[in-house]
Design a protein around this ligand. Structure first.
Ligand SMILES: [Zn+2]
Length: 495
């Protein structure tokens, strides 16, 4: 199966056989993700397939598979583990549009029997892995994955490597912090450098890296991750939370104990009175997305009041008093078809990835930056690889990594240039960013033209033809020569 076809296919299911095939693909994708730490398809493709399965199940309730992944926490694929959760650790229902958020608000109102009076909280939905971190008398004693919501895996081997989850708190508190562990972008780059240095495959993206790192107990190296709490429960019957604490108050108690919460992120935790105001905060956090130092895949809206949360209650997979407003995909998988090299004005050789077209954050992406040869080698990129590509807002799309497990047999490492792609001369490889050995002289004409342009020197009438003539005559060897040109030199050049 290739990812591109999975993404571009339209999932209208005409019969039971297609439904069952789709359910199987969901299972395969989830199992690979949780079990092997890589993704057979990206989130956008997964969500689309999942929605199509849900649609079919809504229309054919009698034929719905009893073990359909759509009815289970983490789609039933996360390893359950053998540690019982203190209280179920559930996922969240999703909405994708303002209308769906309004509809969620209406369903909450029905469950409460009145307008929600306790207001809403709005916070970023970090794109990592949910864990429960147990503190006893101020010591971090255990970290557990979400698993199937009732049982998780003990991943305490990462204690000491997670920023935001100190091993020792300044107060002797006993409680369980619940939140998301992930690699920030900076930690992700560092992790892949460490992996490359150990001959291990790079992570395709920060979230896959998180899943893999939580499960790997016998690595010869440790990788730093980060945690933010989005909830807490009491542990061992020891009082911790203020009586009747709502969501914002709960997080404040966690923060006072010394553990990081979503309120500490640049996106913050916001308390608002109405769902309209919540939508405004959703939009504000979405607008911050490209500038955040970590990935988010949505924004979480919760009824803040503990009383209203208790009245609204829980379903089998998620609470009725909270919802995740999912943001458009900013990361997709596509195929790296080629790499071409250009010489910039400063003589630097810049590689650009040619990608199979993919829809990303509202535009079709066919090119992405690859930085430099060392970066290509570090990522072990091959032509033909399925790669993860990230783009948010106005930033230049970047290739994050190859999904090594999906590499075709005929894939070849990205060829690095042996000669300057502009002038055919030698290459200076003494730094990470390779340069033409001629330096700025290689691309002198575009450099001079650029310098003469309106934004810099603003020399009227000094176009490319003129520049070429001045270089050919030897009158201009660098930008400084422009200042000492004589009228005669200019006249000769223009003739
Ligand atoms: Zn050159």
């Amino acid at each position: 199966m290739t990812n591109v076809s999975a993404v571009e296919a339209s999932f209208s299911m005409s019969g039971r056989a297609e439904y069952e095939a789709a359910v199987q693909r969901l299972r395969d994708a989830s199992r690979t993700y949780y079990g092997a730490g890589y993704s057979l398809m990206d989130d956008a493709a997964y969500d689309r397939l999942r929605l199509a399965v849900l649609d079919w199940e809504a229309e054919h309730p009698d034929e719905t598979a009893p073990d359909s992944p759509t009815g289970r926490v983490a789609d039933g694929a996360a390893p359950a583990g053998d540690v019982a959760h203190t209280a179920r650790l559930l996922s969240l229902d999703n909405v994708f549009t303002p209308e769906q958020l309004t509809a969620w608000g209406a369903s909450l109102r029905r469950r409460l029997g009145h307008e929600p009076a306790g207001g809403f909280t709005v916070e970023p939905k970090m794109d990592g892995a949910a864990v429960a971190a147990r503190y006893r008398d101020g010591r971090l004693t255990q970290i557990i994955t979400r698993g199937d919501g009732t049982h998780g895996e003990d991943v305490s081997h990462v204690i000491g490597t997670v920023v935001g989850l100190p091993e020792q708190l300044p107060v002797p508190a006993t409680f369980e912090a619940r939140g998301e562990v992930l690699f920030t972008q900076e930690q992700f780059e560092a992790a892949n450098e460490t992996r490359a240095a150990h001959g291990a495959g790079v992570f395709a993206n920060p979230r896959n890296g998180t899943a893999g790192t939580l499960r790997a107990k016998d690595r010869p190296y440790r990788l730093a991750m980060t945690f933010w709490a989005y909830g807490a429960v009491e542990l061992d019957g020891v009082p911790f939370l203020p009586a009747g604490a709502g969501h914002a108050e709960t997080l404040a108690a966690v923060a006072r104990a010394g553990v990081r919460t979503t309120a500490d992120t640049p996106a913050g935790l916001h308390t608002v009175a109405t769902l309209d105001e919540a939508q405004e905060k959703v939009d504000a956090i979405a607008a911050l997305r490209a500038s955040l130092p970590f990935g988010i895949d949505g924004v979480v809206v919760k009824a803040d009041s503990a009383t209203e949360q208790a009245t609204a209650g829980f379903g089998t997979r998620f609470p009725y008093w909270a919802v995740a407003y999912k943001l458009p995909a900013v990361e997709r998988q596509t195929v790296l078809q080629d790499v071409f090299w250009e010489v910039g004005r400063t003589g630097v050789l810049a590689p650009t990835a040619v990608l199979a077209p993919v829809e990303l954050d509202g535009s079709t992406v066919t090119r992405a930056t690859l930085h430099n040869p060392a970066d290509i080698l570090r990522r072990d990129l091959h032509i033909g690889d399925t790669v993860t590509v990230y783009k948010a807002g106005d930033i230049i799309p970047r290739v994050q990594a190859a999904v090594v497990e999906l590499r075709p047999q005929d894939a070849v490492p990205v060829p690095l240039p042996h000669e300057c792609p502009h002038c055919g001369g030698g290459i200076d490889k003494s730094q990470e960013r390779w340069r033409c050995a001629k330096g700025t002289a290689c691309a002198l004409a575009p450099l001079i033209e650029y310098a003469a342009g309106r934004d810099i020197l603003d020399i009227d009438g000094l176009g490319r033809k003129y520049v070429d003539a001045l270089i050919a005559s030897g009158d201009v060897g660098d930008v400084a020569d422009l200042f000492t040109l004589t009228e005669e030199q200019l006249t000769v050049a223009s003739g």
